[in-house]
Design a protein around this ligand. Structure first.
Ligand code: PLP
Length: 394
């Protein structure tokens, strides 16, 4: 066999994105680019803020020794210093640059965390629906992902989580604002989750880490706030990136922050730093580390995404779709008018609309729309959404 059996299985499991890509290319060939409405990818369509471009030009002109050399494994001191200073105000915690590791985006952050924490057979619990890559990332490092359904409105089901925690649980991974639902977990939910994990640590006699994946932290609407997990549970880590708030997903820059009060914090930081070196990407890109030093707190205009959300929410509701209004990120996760979400996504394709079935996110009976797209795409798709709902309802 040409490739590993495990990869064949992975390719099948991740096939939705590929199928959508191929279907999009096929439909565009037949109908033309502007007649196909692609909501399948979370690739921000809002350009990076002007300041990002200005700082990039300044950096490109800097001609200093070492500008393009290898980096310290945990990141440049100036970058870690800038991030920790910002987090002290943003998260209201006291932390130093030592608690920050610069990473290749949030995906790099998650992989160094799981590499640092998991032993073979350890379980990672995640509220579902969830980002599809979590399963691959866990298995990359010998772990197993176990999904625990959220409630009807996608808030945490703490009783379900309590039942799912067992002797093999090493990590509880949350993502808020959530991809694919747009839900934000409240301060009260995070507080109760922290208490639950502390209780379970005591019962089980080992530490369970709480990991929060936060690439959408700054893409929030209607005065919503994302609570900081550090205030509610000590053995905790946060990872995030500048992919969405600065619209830089191709540049691969983010960080991990470790709660300064975590047990054996130095060991955790040491393991993360080594993982950053040995996973093959060899630390975070140098130019991008320098770029973000002066861009702490800068974000794209979230109003652009809010207007898109509002237009889609009100239109889809008027057509008869049921949905929970997203509080953040740029995804909508409506109920599929048919129990079979894959069949409904095919009906949408007949209208030249590309969406991803909820089954791909461990959230069957729904479908995901990424609305980080041009207004033209949204307006052009609305009649198709209306017809598809009517067709499904027969
Ligand atoms: N986590 C979630 C929930 C995501 O949606 C994404 C990307 O879409 C990532 C992690 C990866 O982010 P990055 O591109 O910054 O590595």
């Amino acid at each position: 066999m040409a490739v590993a059996r495990r990869m064949l299985d992975y390719m099948e499991r991740s096939s939705w994105i590929r199928k959508m890509f191929e279907e999009g290319a096929r439909l565009k060939k037949i109908h033309g680019e502007d007649k196909v409405f692609d909501f399948s990818l979370g690739n921000p369509n809002v350009p990076p803020p002007e300041l990002v471009k200005q700082k990039l030009r300044e950096l490109a002109a800097r001609d200093e020794p070492g500008m393009h050399g290898y980096m310290p494994n945990a990141g440049l001191a100036e970058t870690r210093q800038a991030v920790s200073a910002y987090l002290c105000t943003e998260y209201c915690v006291s932390m130093a640059q030592d608690h920050i590791i610069a990473t290749c985006g949030a995906a790099g952050g998650l992989n160094i965390i799981l590499k640092a924490l998991l032993d073979p057979g350890d379980e990672v619990l995640v509220p579902a629906p969830h980002f599809v890559e979590y399963g691959f990332y866990s298995e990359n490092h010998g772990g197993t992902l176990k999904s625990v359904p959220t409630r009807e409105d996608f808030t945490l089901d703490l009783d379900g989580l309590e039942r799912a925690i067992g002797p093999k649980t090493k990590v509880i991974l949350i993502n808020s604002p959530n991809n694919p639902t747009g839900q934000i977990y409240s301060e009260e939910e995070i507080k109760l989750l922290g208490e639950l994990i502390s209780r379970k640590n005591y019962e089980l006699g080992h530490i369970i880490y709480l990991v929060s994946d936060e690439p959408y932290r700054r893409i929030v609407y209607d005065d919503c706030r994302v609570p900081c997990i550090f205030a509610h549970y000590e053995n905790s880590l946060i990872t995030t990136s500048y992919s969405k708030d600065l619209s830089l997903p191709g540049e691969r820059i983010g960080f991990v922050a470790v709660n300064p009060s975590a047990d054996e914090v130095q060991k955790v930081l040491g393991a993360l730093t080594l993982a950053n070196r040995i996973l093959g990407f060899v630390n975070a890109p140098g130019l991008m580390q320098r770029l973000i030093v002066e861009l702490q707190g800068i974000c794209v205009d979230v109003g652009i995404y809010r207007r898109k959300r509002d237009r889609l929410v009100s239109s889809l509701r008027a057509f008869g779709y049921e949905l929970v209004v997203p509080k953040g990120a740029f995804y909508l996760f409506p109920k599929s008018p048919l129990a079979d979400d894959v069949r409904f996504v095919r009906i949408l394709q007949e209208e030249n609309i590309l969406a991803v079935p909820g089954s791909g996110f461990a959230g069957p009976g729904h479908f995901r729309l990424a609305y980080c797209v041009d207004d033209r795409t949204i307006e052009g798709a609305l009649p198709g959404f209306e017809r598809a709902c009517a067709k499904a309802r027969g």
